[in-house]
Write a protein that binds this ligand. Structure first.
Ligand SMILES: *Cc1c(COP(=O)(O)O)cnc(C)c1O
Length: 382
């Protein structure tokens, strides 16, 4: 029997060389040359106005809320079907996360449901690009414009994917990337905040905030003679050790994307026939009008019982399939915020019936075939 993990971080081979370089120069702190190189690589490759590297995507979301001065009692609208980062970033400021529904096609935030939840207190919409498949950004940008709201893309899973030609993270007022070890390009922990808004004050505020509320960035450019504490701030620079690892990954981002694509396509062609099975609802596919990054591959069943059963049987055969997310609104913290199970029906149905297969660049053909064959066999016996 094969033992196949759910995920295994991929290394290009250059990581050690760049790490050794940082250590040899004894400059592992933040704001080093690898941070500058990763930020400009992302700006150039994705045509982004300005990128601030951060220690995580969560930190980037927190920075975005600081920059828009999100206040206690104000609201942000986001999907319940996601990771808690953006909701926490709001809660930490005394602001209110308002959970909206996702659509059944690609499990992304539903613009119609978002519109109904906009109130006088709403400040921002957070489209989360689930699995690296873009949200309907035109609709969210139109809502942002019409109701004077910020659009902050949670593109944690959306690095190197596009919507109508534009790279994700580069469409809203802000975009947030993750380079966590479970994502497509990794630095262990890591992230970036993209500022697309033409408002120059946001850039100045970000430069000050990320360096402890000081004007050190201006000092380094020779614009002031010494740097001082000038405003609100925190510590948001990633270590150059992290950025050295990330630089090695980003240099080869298209090769990595190609490896993921190959696995995704094998899964798709091997498994599309299970769509005829009465208990299978849908499987991952690439929407015709989207350019994706092959972050994940899922199967969705008609009932939770089937999902749990298939998952258990795959595990018995050494295949680590998983499910996610426990919806935020029906989690213990969601209940503390006043939500109850039953509030978001589509979200709950999808969370209960989805199963994710292993997908990482090192997964070899033999393993992919083993997973496809076993999945089909388990379903045939149903
Ligand atoms: C992974 C993830 C995050 C958190 O990213 P970190 O870099 O670990 O902070 C946030 N949102 C989504 C949708 C994610 O998938």
């Amino acid at each position: 029997m094969m033992e196949i993990p759910f995920n295994s971080p991929y290394l290009t081979g250059k990581e050690e060389k760049y790490l050794a370089d940082v250590l040899r120069r004894r400059k592992p702190g933040g704001g080093g040359p690898y941070m500058a190189k990763t930020a400009s690589l992302l700006e150039d490759r994705f045509s982004l106005a300005r990128v601030f590297m951060t220690p995580s995507c969560t930190r980037a979301l927190e920075m975005a809320f600081e920059l828009i001065d999100l206040k206690p009692g104000e609201e942000i609208i986001l999907p319940s079907y996601t990771f808690p980062s953006a909701a926490n970033a709001a809660v930490l400021r005394g602001a209110v996360p308002v959970f909206a529904e996702i659509n059944r096609d690609n499990f992304n935030l539903d613009p119609d449901d978002v519109r109904e939840r906009i109130t006088g207190k709403t400040r921002a919409i957070i489209p989360v690009h689930y699995g690296g498949v873009s949200c309907e950004m035109d609709e969210f940008m139109a809502l942002g414009k019409r109701y004077d709201l910020y659009v902050i893309e949670d593109a944690a899973q959306g690095v190197n994917a596009r919507y109508k030609g534009d790279y994700l993270g580069g469409i809203g007022d802000f975009g947030c990337y993750s380079f966590h070890t479970t994502k497509n390009y990794i630095s262990g922990e890591g992230g970036a905040l993209v500022i697309n808004s033409p408002d120059q004050r946001l850039i100045e505020k970000a430069e000050i905030f990320r360096e402890h509320g000081t004007d050190r960035a201006r000092f380094l450019r020779g614009e002031v003679e010494e740097y001082k504490w000038v405003g609100r701030g925190s510590s948001c620079l990633p270590s150059d050790l992290q950025m050295a690892v990330l630089y090695a990954q980003l240099e080869e981002m298209d090769r990595i994307r190609g490896m993921r694509r190959e696995i995704f396509e094998k899964y798709y062609s091997g498994l599309k026939e299970v769509l005829d099975h009465p208990l299978v609802d849908s499987i991952s596919s690439v929407p015709e009008d989207r350019d994706v990054n092959y972050h994940l591959f899922y199967l969705k069943f008609t009932e939770q019982e089937v999902r749990d059963n298939v998952l258990g049987r795959l595990q018995e055969r050494g295949i680590t399939a998983v499910f996610h997310y426990q919806p935020l609104h029906s989690s213990p913290m969601g209940e503390k915020l006043g939500y109850s199970p039953g509030d978001l029906k589509v979200t709950e149905e999808i969370a209960a019936t989805i199963l994710r297969l292993p997908l990482f660049p090192d997964l070899n053909s033999e393993q992919v075939e083993y997973i496809i064959d076993n999945t089909k066999e388990i379903l045939e016996k149903f």
